[in-house]
Design a protein around this ligand. Structure first.
Ligand code: FAD
Length: 518
């Protein structure tokens, strides 16, 4: 059995043994033909040898530099500390790498990426230095140019009034600007997530298709409701761009990364101005509606009042008709008959002159906006009556197909009733809660007051025409809820007094998203 060979301490394995297998002139040829500028100096940095690439890069011939210190290349703008560090490293017999500004023979400058290695003899003394450098001026120029462009783009993006945020494919924020950072303070944690969720909810399943096809969106208006804060409006745009993967893995197999650029413009002020104009218009519209409604109620009341005596008169005519042969008073019967006929004609004329409000065209109506506008309109009255308003809109309420003026009349009536009930109530809190809720096929609106409430026995009667608990007068003909009921019915919805609510009155309106009947 053979024993393993004992280590040969006299001739330890050494790199020099493999180097010995390469003829020494090959080493010289390697240095001579290298594409790097190579120089060899003595221990005081005096040049002993320079290769042809050194000559090409510096413009000095070998003969011109031999015996000179490498400082012949120094342009004197390289800070002293760089040389001190270089030499400190070399003195520790460690290689040094760094950038120096060099000057060629013709005076032109270039940036040298230089590596210096000490050459140490068998006694541990540095005998020579090996210097290798490349002209990296162009690479540096390109790098700086990219950095400058990046800085320029960043400062332009930062100066933009529009919030800009770059998201990766998982919608994580990669980059943002000042305007976006400001939004974080105003909208909380991650505005991009809030707005992307709102876009998703607004667009529905189509959003994922857009996303999968990397299709952009422009100027989508989003309303963000925040409890206890003024609602905010944003116009959002999305654009996609792709980037080549810069990792080493993707050098021969290019891969692409996709990014989503979200721009967010706060249009709340514009919307507030539009709202002010809308509320002025609503004010005028409601005043006109009230006038027409007053007329309708007065005429309907007159018809209602006249129908009674006219029916009595008609009954008397019938009675007289039966007796007229016996009594022979045909002339009186004919006169009364004539009076009844003319009375009926007058009633028909009155009925025909009741203004009709069914002519309005159905359109897409956002009930949050309608209710917010009505509450704004009622603000002076609410403040004067010391009523606390709790407005709880659904964050995402689908629009319904409805007749805007009629819906305004409906909800104004419910709010007016609640305000009146609260104003009349003695003691206790004066609270008005208005809330909207979104369901699969309908939206629900709740108008709730902390007033005396509607007694159980009147729960259905309050919707009958001319039913009033206040004694009919100029203001209370008892037609308000009857008209409200009519509007709801025309929209295919329901209106009722919630029997479960005991602490006041809760009116519930449910309106189908499909909307109004023609
Ligand atoms: P110097 O007076 O030469 O030196 C500045 C400081 O460096 C001194 O204060 C001192 O602390 C330190 N220092 C200098 N020489 C020594 C030394 N021998 N021992 C200890 N400390 C020392 N410089 C370039 O500008 N461009 C080059 O391409 C370049 N290539 C080099 C290649 C090699 C192989 C070597 C060894 C050096 C190279 N140098 C190069 C450095 C060069 O030798 C000079 O140190 C440098 O140019 C600064 O020169 P200076 O006359 O301004 O200052």
């Amino acid at each position: 059995m053979s024993q393993p060979a004992a280590p040969d301490h006299a001739n330890p394995p050494h790199n020099s043994s493999s180097a010995a297998s390469v003829p020494s002139q090959v080493f010289r040829q390697v240095v001579e033909q290298a594409a790097l500028a190579i120089s060899i100096t003595d221990a005081d940095a005096r040049i002993l040898y320079a290769n042809p690439t050194f000559e090409r890069v510096t413009g000095y011939s070998q003969a011109e530099v031999t015996g000179h210190n490498e400082s012949i290349l120094s342009y004197r703008v390289t800070p002293k500390i760089v040389y001190e560090t270089l030499w400190a490293q070399l003195k520790r017999q460690r290689p040094w790498n760094g950038m120096l500004v060099n000057r060629r023979r013709d005076g032109s400058r270039y940036l040298a990426d230089l590596t210096i290695s000490p050459v140490v003899d068998e006694n541990g003394n540095t005998t020579h230095y090996l210097g290798m450098h490349r002209d990296v001026t162009e690479v540096h120029r390109l790098e700086r140019q990219v950095q400058n462009h990046k800085a320029l783009i960043e400062s332009v993006v930062d100066a933009a009034q529009v919030a800009i945020v770059l998201l990766d494919e998982d919608e994580r924020v990669l980059l943002d600007n000042h305007a976006y950072k400001k939004l974080i303070g105003e909208l909380g944690q991650e505005p991009a997530a809030t707005l992307m969720a709102a876009l998703r909810a607004q667009i529905g399943p189509g959003f994922d298709t857009l996303r999968a096809n990397r299709r952009g969106l422009s100027n989508r208006e989003l309303l963000i409701e925040q409890p206890g804060r003024a609602p905010r409006w944003f116009a959002c745009s999305i654009s996609w761009f792709e980037e080549q993967d810069v990792s080493a893995d993707a050098f021969y197999e290019p891969a692409r990364r996709h990014y989503l650029l979200l721009t967010i413009q706060d249009i709340s002020e514009l919307k507030r101005q539009q709202e002010a104009i809308r509320i002025n218009g609503l004010h005028a519209l409601m005043a006109e509606q009230e006038r027409i409604q007053g007329l309708r109620e007065a005429l309907a009341g007159a018809v209602y009042q006249l129908e009674g005596p006219l029916n009595l008169l008609a009954a008397a005519v019938k009675l007289l008709d039966r007796r007229k042969e016996a009594d022979g008073d045909a002339a009186l019967a004919a006169a009364l008959d004539d009076a009844v006929r003319q009375g009926r004609e007058a009633l028909d004329t009155l009925r025909a002159s009741i203004p009709d409000d069914a002519g309005e065209q159905a359109q897409s109506v956002d009930l949050n906006t309608v209710l917010r506008d009505l509450l704004k309109l009622a603000t002076p009255r609410l403040l004067a009556a010391g009523i606390v308003v709790d407005w709880q809109p659904a964050a995402l309420l689908p629009p319904i197909a409805g007749r805007p003026t009629q819906l305004c009349t409906l909800f104004k009536q419910l709010i007016d009733n609640a305000v009146e009930a609260l104003t009349e109530a003695r003691g206790g809190p004066r609270e008005l809660r208005v809330a909207t809720l979104a369901a699969a096929d309908h939206v629900e609106v709740v108008v709730e007051d902390s007033g005396p409430g509607v007694p159980e026995e009147w729960r259905f009667k309050v919707f009958q025409p001319f039913f009033t608990t206040k004694g009919a007068d100029q203001h209370h003909l008892g037609m308000g809820l009857a008209i409200a009921q009519e509007v709801v019915a025309r929209h295919g919805g329901t209106l009722d007094v919630d029997p479960a609510h005991r602490a006041g009155c809760r009116m519930r309106v449910q309106l189908p998203i499909g909307g109004a009947r023609p």
